[in-house]
Design a binder for this molecule. Structure first.
Ligand SMILES: N[C@@H](CCC(=O)N[C@@H](CS)C(=O)NCC(=O)O)C(=O)O
Length: 205
């Protein structure tokens, strides 16, 4: 097996690195500065035609969707650890949360951070910011309704948590953390107290 992750600190490749460490799967880590202009160069587009992070290689096979990569690694190289079997009573919920972290909320979170952090002030739009904030709050309420006072989104930690915690991290790191309620903050704190998360955050370019 020859696994390689091109990792940009703080980007969605953090999900993949976190999963690798949680699962104890070895991969070569090629850490690069998270410089948006570098992602758009011809050289980089030869690696990832989308010009985005992450990129993961399994031999000649290239994968570029962060949540799909975590699922691939868990199922192919870790006997399905941190996933749920289709026979598991919570399989449907597991799939829903696994995908919700990116497909359900990623777009709204991206819009919010564009409107509050990424775009220069003069390009920001107050109505778009308000819309993104409303949609992000809607997603956060949905998560909150399903969280208990302790534990994770299901009854045990899974890669669905890896998927969900990353957008929470983005919301916080862009100073929109005030949108998280107490329960979701506690969930974030619990998940990011895990050794594998801490190790993943320590990897710098
Ligand atoms: N759905 C993709 C999204 C990839 C994505 O948007 N990555 C961000 C980094 S977190 C990126 O590369 N942004 C740079 C850009 O869009 O120019 C995934 O989860 O892997």
């Amino acid at each position: 097996m020859s696994l390689k992750l091109i990792h940009f600190p703080q980007s969605r490749s953090l999900r993949v690195l976190w999963a690798l460490y949680e699962l104890g799967v070895d991969a070569q880590i090629d850490a690069r500065p998270f410089d948006l202009s570098q992602l758009k160069t011809e050289d980089y587009r030869r690696i990832n035609p989308l010009g985005k992070a992450p990129v993961f290689f399994d031999g000649d096979q290239r994968l570029v969707e962060s949540v799909a990569i975590t699922e691939y690694i868990a199922n192919k190289y870790a006997d399905g650890r941190l996933t749920r079997d289709p026979q598991d009573a919570r399989y449907g919920e597991y799939l829903q949360w696994l995908h919700f972290g990116e497909a359900g909320m990623g777009g709204y979170v991206n819009m919010l951070i564009a409107q509050t952090a990424l775009l220069p002030e003069e390009q920001r739009s107050p109505p778009l910011k308000a819309w993104a904030e409303k949609e992000v709050k809607n997603c956060l309420n949905f998560i909150e309704q399903h969280l208990g006072e302790d534990g994770y989104i299901l009854d045990a930690f899974s890669i669905a948590d890896i998927s969900l915690v990353y957008p929470l991290f983005l919301i916080k790191v862009t100073r929109n953390g005030g949108l998280l309620d107490e329960k979701t903050n506690a969930y974030f704190k619990r998940a990011t107290a895990r050794d594998a998360w801490k190790r993943a955050c320590e990897v710098q370019a």
